[in-house]
Structures are given as C-alpha cells and as structure tokens.
Design a protein around this ligand. Structure first.
Ligand SMILES: C[S@@+](CC[C@H](N)C(=O)[O-])C[C@H]1O[C@@H](n2cnc3c(N)ncnc32)[C@H](O)[C@@H]1O
Length: 250
C-alpha cells in the first residue's frame, strides 16, 4: 500500500467529487459498456448484504436497495464522496454502513459476511491490488460473488491518431502513473489483464465470467461520449473490462 499516493488521491477526489456525482452507477458498468440489465451478473439481490468498494456518491448502492438488498455497506477514500453517499442514502429503509477508508485497508469489516461485493470503476484505483482482493475474499461469504468493472487495460494504451490506433504505452509496463487528462494530480495504476486474473486466483476466487464488449447504440453514444471515451476508439477497443468471480463453498 502506498500511503503517499492514497493521500494525494484523497485530496484529488475531494476536489472532483461533484463532477462524478451519479456519473456511471449501476445498472451501468462503465461508459459504452453493456449494463447489468443486459448482463445479469449480480444475480438475485433480494435480501442480500452488499458491499461497494469505492462507492462514490452512493448511487450504485441506491440501485441495489431498489432491487431489494437487505444491507448496504460502502467504502470510499474521499470525505466528499462519503458525504454525498450519506445524503443519497439518507432515506434508505435498510441499514447503511459507510466507511471513509482506502479499500486496501480494513476499516473493521466483518468476516465471511457479505453475499455480494462489487466495485464500479473504482477497484483499479487501489495501490495494492492483492491486499484489496484478499480483503474482499475474507469478508465475502462462501458461495458469494465478487463483481467489478474497470477501464480496459488496453484502452488507455491506445490512442486514435490520423485514423489509426497507435500503441502509446507498452502493454508490459505496469505500475503507478500520473493521469494527465484529468488536469488534477491523480495517480492511477496500469495493470495487465493477467495481473487481475492472477491476483483473483491467488486469493482463492474462481473467475466465472469476463466481459470485454462495447455498446454503441445512439443512446449510449449520447450519454457517454466525451474527449476520452470516444465512439471511434470504443468501436475498436472495449472501454471497460468486467469480472465476475465466486468464493466457492468449502
Ligand atoms: C469513478 S468513482 C466510483 C463510482 C461509484 N463506484 C459508483 O458506482 O457510482 C471512483 C471512486 O473511487 C474512490 N477511490 C479512489 N481510490 C480509492 C481507494 N484507494 N480506496 C477506496 N476508494 C477509492 C474515489 O474516491 C471515487 O469515489
């Protein structure tokens, strides 16, 4: 875990929280990607205890309450995001527990407790992937599911220039880098697909499904395109990768 990076990212996320208020929450998995209503990865939600890693403004948790979740738990690094989530979930009819914490730290979560743990466009912010996945495994019930979406590792490595996709960074290169297009000193991590697969397998998870698809309907394009997520690039490369994993019963 890198405390210096976490502190820098906490400051940035406090500053940009408003821009991301309810931006791409469930049922969406990411810009120009298929959504939960199409994929059905989460399964039956009725009566389930759920934990959101990087819950942001809490809109995904709100969606899960609408689907019948019994308990809503969330972790987020940013004070501003946790405050937004508290407000968004203030009228919830089920117990809500929100922690201002890095997902790679354990804020005191119960063991083998959650039926479902998920993360929408947040897991890739962790400074320690192995530790974050180990916490998810420990706190999930046997038989429980872990679903997360993140930017596809190839998407930021390839840019479209003069009609061609250009590889601007080696696929082999991994680790921390400053995310320039944000105009804020955010530190992100480049990781390979095999790094995610090996981290999940190493923690004990069984991967049930991976999704690398794009959705480019008129509505998707209208809602999601911006200077980073463009129709041109998304037509050639998925913006998003989604993993569905299971902690098997012993
Ligand atoms: C794109 S937003 C997530 C949106 C949210 N999952 C949703 O469904 O609406 C990414 C979130 O990750 C949080 N974050 C960044 N680094 C984190 C870390 N190391 N631990 C926990 N949360 C982190 C940010 O504060 C931000 O709220």
């Amino acid at each position: 875990m890198d405390k210096r990076v976490l502190e820098a990212n906490r400051v940035v996320w406090n500053r940009v929280a408003d821009r991301f208020y309810g931006r791409n929450p469930l049922p969406e998995y990411g810009p120009l990607a298929p959504d939960e209503e199409e994929l059905g990865l989460l399964g039956e939600i009725e009566g389930k205890k759920v934990l959101d890693l990087g819950c942001g403004s809490g809109h995904s948790l709100k969606y899960l309450e609408e689907q019948g979740a019994a308990e809503l738990w969330g972790i987020d690094l940013s004070t501003a995001q946790i405050r937004a989530a508290q407000q968004v979930l203030s009228e919830s009819q089920v117990p809500v527990r929100l922690f201002e914490s890095a997902m790679e730290e354990d804020p005191g979560l119960p063991e083998s407790y959650f039926d479902m743990i998920y993360s929408i466009y947040a897991l890739g912010w962790t400074t320690d992937l192995d530790q974050t996945i180990a916490h998810a495994y420990r706190t999930l019930k046997p038989g429980g599911t872990f679903v997360f979406s993140w930017e596809h590792p190839m998407y930021s490595r390839m840019l479209k220039e003069e009609g061609l996709l250009k590889l601007v960074k080696s696929y082999h290169e991994e680790g921390a880098y400053e995310h320039k297009s944000w105009h804020e000193p955010a530190v992100m991590y480049q990781r390979k697909i095999s790094t995610y697969i090996n981290a999940l397998g190493g923690a004990g998870f069984r991967i049930e499904r991976m999704v690398e698809e794009a959705r480019l309907s008129g509505m998707d394009l209208e809602k999601h395109t911006n200077s980073w997520y463009t129709a041109e690039r998304a037509a050639l490369l998925p913006t998003t990768i989604i993993f569905k994993c299971r902690k098997d019963e012993e």
